[in-house]
Design a binder for this molecule. Sequence first.
Ligand code: ZN
Length: 345
Amino acid sequence: MFETTLAGSLPKPGWLAETDKLWPQWRAQGEELIQAKKDATLLWLKTQEDAGLDIVGDGEQARQHFVHGFLEAVEGIDFVNKVKMGIRNNRYEAMVPQVVGPLRLKGRVHALEAQLARAHTRKKLKFTLPGPMTIVDTVADRYYGEGEEGRIKMAFAFAELLNQEALALQADGVDIIQFDEPAFNVYLEDAADWGVKALERAAQGLTCTTAVHICYGYGIQANIDWKQSLGHEWRQYEKIFPALAKSQIQQVSLECYHSHVPMSLMALLEGKDVMVGVIDVASETVETPEQVAETIGQALQFVPKHRLFPCTNCGMAPMPREVAEAKLRALVEGAAIARARHGSS
Ligand code: ZN
């Protein structure tokens, strides 16, 4: 009960990449960089185990960014000539690569870190991939054509590639494959209409546990400003949860603590495991275990206890390392309090 886990990313150590950045530059190149990525992956595995997390991950140490890390392994994408594009409905601008031809995987994308992580932990291992809709929103297109039709075609093309890699990750021994879809609560109608279907295509044939993470984004300024524009109650999830509840995806990860999302919306996810965000990633203030237990207690009104997984609101990539470590410990200690409080049935 209350198995603890994290949304995905963890801060990169200063010797691996620039710190406090969402698109950090690597510190090394070639073999030296590969070694540094491996070292950082092991370091975070150990830190998660020491904190007492039940379900651990690679902390996304081997990818520069959660979307571009995947795209780098895709043929048909021009990474040299990046263009500036407004993403997440123009919430912020990013330099993004361009799709210029048919999409094909050059080979495995995440074999290095997935196999390394699997070899070094006996805990349940979760691995994250970007979702098709979010990829489409983080890349410029010069191949699939204008408008909605082009976007959908491109999303399903990416979904096929994601599926190839997901099946390979499953063969590596990964227990949970999670697709990250922050674009879902930006394009609500599209998400319910074709976003969830593209996601199911990406998860097709998987027999391991499948999950989706939707969220209001990392704690970067553009997201904080956007959140302030959303009003007092954030009901975006109301539009997409019914579609997710009907989908094949088994677990949903969402932000909860310090968020304006009414907790009652989680009731719309009946039948799914819910990874409830009990750790705020937009604040460097470390939650107390009691606050974590309190949030779990509130969420229990809407999520059955055997389906509730205490989790972070989102990835912790842009945070200081020691803050992320302290937050992981608070998460585990808080879940233990909640277990004692709500257990025994
Ligand atoms: Zn997130």
